[in-house]
Structure formats: C-alpha cells, structure tokens
Design a protein around this ligand. Sequence first.
Ligand code: PLP
Length: 474
Amino acid sequence: MDAMDVYESALGLIGGTPLVRLRTEGAAAVYAKLEYLSIGGSAKDRIGLRMVEQAEKDGLLRPGGTVVEATSGNTGIGLALVAAEKGYRSLVVVTDRVSEEKVNTLRAFGAEVVIKPSGHPRQHPEHPMSFAAHLAATTPGGWLANQYDNPANPEAHYLTTGPEIWRQTRGRVTHLVSCIGTGGTISGAGRYLKEVSDGGVQVIGADPASSVYAGGDGRPYFIEAAGHFLHPDTEQDVWPTSYHPDVVDRIVPVADRRALHTLRQLARDQGLLAGGSSGTALAAAHEVAAGAGADAVVVVILPDSGRQYLSKYFNDTWMLRLGFLDGDADAPRVADATPQDGDSAALPYLNTRTPVGDALNVLRARNLAGVEPVLPAGPCPAGPDRRPTAPELAGSVTLAGLEAALQDGGATLGDPLSDHLEPPLPQFGYGEPAHEAHGTLARHPRDTAVVLRDGCAQALVTSSGLSALVPTGH
Ligand SMILES: Cc1ncc(COP(=O)(O)O)c(C=O)c1O
C-alpha cells in the first residue's frame, strides 16, 4: 500500500520553504525564499530544531529539561515550538523593544517570557544575554541555546537552507542576499552555496545602515533582528561566532526608511507580507540585481512574516510618529513649524555625559528673548552629524531645573547630566498633522517637543510654533 502523504509532527514542517519570483525592474531574476512559510513563521525554526537536537545528542538537554534563550523573538518561537513538541519547558528573555505580536506568539507556544528593559550594555546583568545565561545556570536542567555562539545555528542553514536553494534553482543561483543578525543564515547557507558552486555564488549581506557589520557606528535602528547594535557603554564589542565574515563577499548598507518602504511596497504590489529585515534584504537584492547581468539568478531570504509587525512597520501611526512617512501635504504638518536641516536653529542637544557646568553655559547662551531653553539629552558622543535616535533621547534638562539643583546642593558643576535628567520631551514625526501635535502638546507639562525624521531627532518644535499653523477652533 502507498504510504500516506502526511507529516508525523509539526517538526516535519520546519523549513522546506518555497522560492517565488519577484517582479523587478532589471533583467536579472530575483527569487524570494519565503521563510515565513516555515511552521513557526521564520527561518529560526530551522536552528531551533537543530540546536535542540544537537544538545540532546551531546547530553546537554535531558528529559524534563528547560530550554533557555535570549532572542529578538523568532529564535525563541522556533525553540518554544520544538520544546513544546518534545515536552521541554522554555524560558525566553526579550527586550521591551520586541514587538507585542512576537511576545504573544511565544506565550502561545507555552514559553515563559521575561521582558528586560532595552538600553543596557552587553556586560550588564540585566542585558538579555547575561540574564539568560544566569537563568540557564540557576534553573535545574537548564540549557542555554545561545544562538550567537552555537555552531548548530550556521550548521542548520548549511544542511537545509543552502541545499534547498541549490535544488530549487537547479544550481542556477548566482547571488545569495541575506540579512546578518547572529550571522547563522548567511554563514551556513552561503558557505554551502559557495562550496557546491565551486565559489561561483556571490554572497551578499544586507545590513541596517548604522549596524556595525556594514561599517556603521552601531547606533540604534528600527529593523528588528538584523544587524549589530553597539551600546555606547559596551566595554568590548564581541561579534557572534555564528557569523563567519569570510563567507561574505560584500555588505550592502540599507537605511531604515528604504527598507520600510520596500517592505510596504512588496505587500501592496506583490501580495507578500514580510517582516522588517525582509525589507532590508530586498532593498539590497534590488541593488545587487541592478548591477548583475541578465543571466543572474538572485535569491533573497525573507526571514519572517509581516504579521509580526502589524503594529509597527505596517501601522501608519507608528511610521508617522517616527518620521518615516511624509504625512498629508495638503494640511499643515509638524514640519511646517520646524526649522529646516542646516538652519542654525536646528536641534540643539546635550549629551548625558556633559558636566552640569558646561550644560549651564550652553543653556544660558541660548536663553534668548526670555524663552526657557529645554534641551533633550542624547547619547554620547553627540554632534551635528550624530543625531540621537528616538530611543536614545534619555531625558531633558532646563536652565531653571539645573540652577535650582545647584542652589539646593542636589547637584555640583562637575556632575554628568545623566544624574539630573527630567523626563524626555514628547516626540512627533515631521509629517504628523500640526493640529494633532498641538493638541497633544497643549496637554503636556512642557511646551516643547522633539521632531523626528527617519527615527532621529531633527529639531525642536514649540507649542506657539504649532499654534501659528492651526486654524482657530482646533
Ligand atoms: C526577522 C529576522 N531577520 C533576520 C535575522 C538574522 O538572521 P541570522 O541570525 O541568521 O543572521 C533574524 C534572526 O533572528 C530574524 O529573526
């Protein structure tokens, strides 16, 4: 009798994802590998399975054991579904910047989720990786998956993703484009494709523009799970050993705005709802395809689904607030009340390490026409070409506040501003309707807000600047 055409468990539905041709402008063919069609919704299912099975083989994970991991979400989901199927407990540590959808998915698979504040350097005990290591060490039967340094991560892609691409393209693939997070996907799939093609396949990394992999300074960016962020207080920048830079021929930096618009366009034009890092990868793939010949076959990995980011990248309110959308040009916008780039009144800010004495000098120098200066305190180093990103705006300071603290002995001139911060200013995207921003600011104790463009502080806007644009009645 013929065997039934069925799967014996969810684990059989990990990987095996299709390639679909994308409509592109150039002559080269571009195929997207839809990793979101893996059973847990991302490329990370593959490593979840491989890391768990290797740990079982090595005797590191035993019946009744607990799988522990720090993750931006997808690896946790892959591990949690494998753990659920195999009867292990799972404990996942994420930061508060991971999307709500991912946290809810983790919980749905039975994972216990620990949410830690973002913004700690790697060596801090509350950093997710340090905390996960602590949990694994103190939980009986605990095993830390550690995707960043686990050889089973790139190996999973060497054994599955790479061979699938080779088979699906009948060996015609010429370029592989992939994001780099832990580096597992590009290192494993890239190494396989290079080996099997005798070095014929070009391997190209796609990276958020400020990520360290692409040569950026490591400041925050808004694409989850891709790239390498560097906290300014990081003592030693350690790259994951799952990333093998020798496999990568070149890296294409992609600004968040371009990644996000590419992503939204893909859903609207081609019916493919992919996640943020897919936008980064696809924008890079377009660039690669444009420079390749008509015979080129470019494969781009789309790691996960847009359904995980409906509250962010596909949400116009989120996009507008961070300054990734222009807004409605027919009505007054926040930008219309904002000094333009290059204007001497463009955003002044102090950084958190500035001594109180220096900050007072700056504030006094700017105290023109009786306006109370309120300066956002950003990261270190700060400067005209290093604008803080929204999450880095640590707080604000005022002349009156600092003078009062000096007078009552609560501050000394040498204290860093970080010891004397007041709450951050409200933030508006440059494309937001002026009347809405005005309404919000009117209800706020401060009269000044930060204007964001592409997720970065661009200027300050005041209530009076906005009110001049708002018809009476608003
Ligand atoms: C959505 C998404 N994109 C890209 C990546 C990067 O893949 P890798 O870690 O294999 O480099 C990840 C990894 O977590 C991811 O979840």
